[in-house]
Design a protein. Sequence first.
Length: 382
Amino acid sequence: MFDKFISFVQELYGTTEFIPLHSPRFDGNEKKYLLQTIDSTFVSSVGHFVDTFEQGIADFTGVNYAIATVNGTAALHIALRLAGVEPGTEVITQSLTFVATCNAIRYCGALPVFVDVDRSTLGLSPESLEEFMEEHCEVRDDGHCWNKSSNRRIAACLPMHTFGFPVELNKIKELCDRFHIEMVEDSAESLGSRYRGKHTGNIGKLAILSFNGNKIITTGGGGIILTNDEIVAARAKHITTVAKVVHRWNIEHDELGYNYRLPNLNAALGVAQLEMLPSFIENKRCLAKKYQEWGTEYGLEFVVEPEEVQANYWLNTVVCANRDERDDMLKVTNENNVMTRPVWTPMHRLAMNMDSQKAGMDNTEWLCQRLVNVPSGICLNV
């Protein structure tokens, strides 16, 4: 079966040479805008393209404000800070995620707390979250949620839209509201994904996107903070610009800030990529359909978007029957120039997170043994 799969992928991408998991496409105005930026000399964190890119992302996602940063991890670090995550607090999140999710929590001096994921969405499970909250959480007289087991304040809940498949946002938000916890969406992988008609990033107080080189569109490196709150947006822009006080010539800073703003050079690339985004999403959804049809015919199961969800299918994902089948697929495909990879090592297994509390990880462990990402870059033959 895997030999047939390799032939199918090679036919799709029109080559027997190495086929990467996901690579950027530069088919639009990238070179033109980059040259304009160089000619302007505004290549750092101030410039026309930064403003244009921020407004373009805000318009596309439907949020009121977008603040561009050097990468998605920086965006998440600031989003968590603005959500009230402080040293000694906790953030509930999923273990099945990229390490940046937990790194950003640690940057705030906080600790991640892990709950399980759903097999259908691959993201944070509302049922697992509710079970954890009912057992361990209480809202005290100060109006905050506290973990009865650790006696630490739980400041936020951080679901991540794994491989572009949105989690059950409404259910998670209801639980967060009930327990007085801010919900921050790690939407790093879900640009172009929609949950019940809304783009991801619109349900919580804050959200972030990533524009790393392997994302659906790229700025080389880059991220963005999304919010509908004007005050939060102003503060995000201030502290990501080293908390510099605006003045015509004086150089003064009124608090601890971060040099996190996206350079104009990167934003120029992003503006050109954003112009191509609708066609990229259409192409990736067509590719996903091709994979799913092939899988139905040959007995290979692919992750499919749940009802009332439109996924961007950033990374198409196979669910193997067991770990042995997963390992066979990884070996055969990578030996034949078709790049595939397993899901990340779950965060609760990493050495730096051994001190973190965790709930049942049954689905996390089940998926970890079975998931395989397959080539998902823009394909001209779909």
